[in-house]
Design a protein around this ligand. Structure first.
Ligand SMILES: CC(C)=CCC[C@@H](C)[C@H]1CC[C@@]2(C)[C@@H]3CC[C@H]4C(C)(C)[C@@H](O)CC[C@@]45C[C@@]35CC[C@]12C
Length: 734
């Protein structure tokens, strides 16, 4: 049977080991994380000379799961000693430009999209990548049923199984491999790939193993709607519109990779009946219940019917389609140029590459630059190679590390100053200094003064990243006397930027102000994600903005004082409205109620509302106290995010214990005993070299998809342990 042999250079056979499952494994001592001004890529050193000349760093070893050789530390007897031991370990993981790096995996639909893109654009996949991608995907296959889900902890679905099956075939795994037989068996039990959601169908059509008739319409003409139309696409949530954009271009062209032996073979594997006998048009709306997290509305189904049965065959006018394609292409080009082809994220970027391949041709600059840039999304870990959810977590992590050191009381200790100075330099380097050219034309939010989530190259404003960048800078420069690398004017720019991000409701969205009514959610075609069509108010983004603005006004009370006061008042009113009857807040970006409680209670405290003075603060604390487990810890399942109710995790989690304790301490919760028990749990899970081990997944997006924040297990416990000692003294716990 045919199987795909990629256009790769021959595998570096001498460097392949066996991973114990019969699969080959690269030599992990040859991998290096290259970090050029925050741009992170992994390199495999082919020759022994190179390998000797360029030793692995501790961070390389740690990220790869190799022994770091870091020593055992003297046993921590107090929370402060535990915080210091934690920082001691974590400081070794700082990278040369001053940031911290980490995996940002979790979603199981990113890597297949990248692989399909590489395949259809004839991009060589380095053999060491292929070997490690194989290992990662098999490591993440559910052993019970052979499938994959939406994210690493999710139940198997058609989306996860069909896409990852294809991914493994692209990297050269035989269809006769017993694990593939099992996966295919499950896929067939689900009814085959025709029961996948919209995005799966679109990717498979691009690869040429599904027909475009099976994909609900993605008409580029919608981009020609005047801007005043309440549901015009520029008003949609940024990730959805930036994915819809290249997809609409590709859909309009009905572009598919030309059939070859490999894709012909895949067509036989993905379905339960011969490919030529499938009426794909009848399956546009076929979706397995395992994938149907958010069923499409009758309105969207009705629109799709009209588009397919009337508009497409009879009313679609070539001249208008051409204008729409030209305009979508112009927007794709602007996104690529504004991000130096790094893109907003790991779904729109590969799709943009396919669009460039179609428009500019295989050897164009745009395709070549995308080819280089897609590597920015790849990450190596002990299980193999995966695709990250962004091109890194650089700014976000670095700001929280500096804050943890400050809150824990270590920032004035000369021992930590070189580390902090480098971190400040990184934060300085990645503040966004200019708006993008033609900001209005490409519908971008103001960004001068903002901080992004990852790097300045990606360059998208994120409200809470801006807030945290501002906060870290003020802490280091004003409270701990670090050099003023970031001028007051630049701090003012970031405040201006934040103020521009507030919605009339008082709340803050993450990337942009809300541009449309929640009714646009009726047009959500994704099926696997909820709350994705517009930018909503988020408690985390709002509370982080309030906390940062409060700190800014403390040091610079005269700058836009009335506007900041008014913005904070409106924001606090929103935070109180968003609080549920039981005292909790639903967290959208971390799991879940525990995460939101930390940001909410801290922001209330920043405006003087604490347990003693505020009913909202009190209710927030009581909610958390009721969730503390017998072992002193807190643990919340990712199912909270999906179900919108608190779901207890079977085991207390270090990260959530730190969040809950920080929330209570920031709110000045008056009883020490629950906090002491929380500290004991954090200390009991710490290893002798100061590290904490990975537990369950920490982050989420779109309510259903989980995403990893591995550095949370370091800086949140350090911050909590340190703050505890500040509040209650440096005594041994009984
Ligand atoms: C196109 C789709 C549906 C998937 C691609 C993934 C992205 C939607 C998300 C991957 C990273 C996210 C989660 C990103 C990460 C940081 C958060 C945050 C913690 C700063 C949060 O407080 C505000 C929102 C975030 C920016 C995020 C939004 C969604 C992602 C880009």
């Amino acid at each position: 049977m045919a199987s795909y042999i990629g256009p790769w250079r021959s595998p570096a056979q001498g460097h392949l080991n066996n991973d114990g499952n019969g699969d080959s494994k690269t030599d992990y001592t040859r991998w290096r994380l290259v970090n050029e001004e925050g741009r992170q890529t992994w390199r495999y050193l082919e020759t022994d000379e190179e390998n000797e000349a360029w030793p692995q760093t501790i961070a390389d070893k740690y990220n790869l799961g190799l022994p770091t050789g870091l020593p055992e530390l003297s046993e921590a007897k107090t929370p402060l000693q535990a915080a210091e031991n934690g920082l001691s370990f974590f400081s070794h993981l700082q990278l040369e430009p001053g940031n911290w790096g980490c995996e940002y995996g979790g979603p199981m639909f990113l890597l297949p999209g990248l692989l399909i893109t590489w395949y259809v654009t004839n991009t060589p996949i380095p053999p060491e990548y292929a070997t490690e991608i194989k290992r990662y995907l098999f490591a993440r296959q559910h052993p019970e049923d052979g499938g994959w889900g939406l994210h690493i902890e999710a139940h198997s679905s058609v989306f996860g199984t069909a896409m990852n099956y294809v991914a493994l075939r692209i990297v050269g795994v035989s269809e006769d491999d017993p694990r593939m037989i099992k996966a295919r068996g499950l896929l067939h039990k689900f009814g085959g790939a025709i029961y996948g959601p919209h995005w799966a169908k679109a990717w498979l059509s691009i690869l040429g193993v599904m027909e475009w008739e099976g994909v609900n319409p993605v008409p580029p003409e919608i981009w020609l709607l005047p801007d005043w139309v309440p549901f015009a696409p520029w008003r949609w949530w940024i990730h959805i519109r930036q994915v819809f954009l290249p997809l609409s271009y590709i859909w309009s062209k009905k572009w598919s990779f030309p059939l070859n032996d490999f894709t012909r073979q895949l067509r036989e594997e993905l379905y339960t009946q011969p490919y030529n006998t499938i009426n794909f048009a009848n399956h546009r709306n076929s979706i397995h219940p395992a994938d149907n997290y958010y069923p499409k509305t009758w309105l969207l189904n009705g629109i799709n019917e009209l588009l397919v049965r009337i508009w497409n065959p009879f009313l679609r006018i070539n001249a208008i389609s051409k204008r729409a394609e030209d305009w979508t292409w112009e927007l794709i080009r602007m996104e690529d140029e504004n991000t130096d082809y790094a893109g907003l994220g790991p779904v729109n970027n590969p799709l943009n590459m396919v669009a460039c391949f179609i428009h500019d041709g295989p050897d164009s600059y745009s395709v070549r630059r995308h080819r280089e840039r897609l590597n920015d999304y790849m990450w190596m870990k002990h299980e193999g190679m995966l695709a990250n959810g962004t091109n890194g977590v650089q700014v976000w992590d670095t700001t929280f590390v500096t804050q943890a050191v400050s809150v824990a009381g270590f920032a004035d200790d000369p021992k930590w100053r070189p580390m902090l100075l480098k971190a400040l330099e990184f934060i300085d380097d990645h503040q966004l200094r200019e708006n993008v050219p033609d900001q209005e034309k490409c519908y971008r939010q103001h960004r001068k003064g903002a901080w992004p989530f990852s790097t300045k190259t990606q360059g998208y404003t994120v409200s809470d990243c801006t807030a945290e960048g501002l906060r870290s800078t003020i802490q280091l420069q004003e409270m701990h006397n670090f050099p003023k690398l970031i001028s007051l004017d630049r701090l003012k720019d970031s405040v201006d930027c934040l103020l521009l991000m507030q919605n009339p409701t008082g709340g803050f969205t993450e990337y942009e102000t809300t541009r449309a009514s929640p009714k646009v959610e009726w047009l959500n075609a994704a099926e696997v994600f909820g709350g994705i069509m517009i930018g909503y108010d988020y408690p985390e983004c709002t509370t982080a903005s309030v906390t940062a603005l409060s700190l800014f006004s403390k040091f610079y009370p005269d700058y836009r004082a009335d506007e900041i006061r008014a913005a904070k008042e409106k924001a606090v009113a929103y935070i109180k409205r968003a609080q549920r009857k039981d005292g909790s807040w639903y967290g959208s970006w971390g799991i879940c109620f525990t995460y939101a409680a930390m940001f909410a209670l801290e922001s209330l405290a920043s405006v003087g509302e604490t347990y003693e003075t505020s009913e909202n603060s009190r209710r927030g604390c009581e909610f958390l106290i009721a969730k503390q487990q017998a072992d002193g810890g807190w643990g919340e399942s990712y199912l909270s995010s999906e179900k919108h109710v608190y779901v207890q995790h079977e085991k207390s989690q270090v990260v959530q214990t730190a969040w809950a304790c920080l929330a209570l301490m920031e709110a000045h919760y008056p009883h020490k005993e629950p906090l002491e028990r929380g500290m004991k749990l954090l200390m009991s899970r710490q290893q002798r070299n100061g590290e904490w081990l990975q537990e369950s997944i920490e982050g989420v997006f779109n309510q259903s998809c989980m995403i990893s924040y591995p550095n949370y297990k370091f800086y949140w416990p350090i911050r909590a342990l340190g703050l505890y000692s500040k509040r209650f003294g440096n005594e041994e716990l009984q």
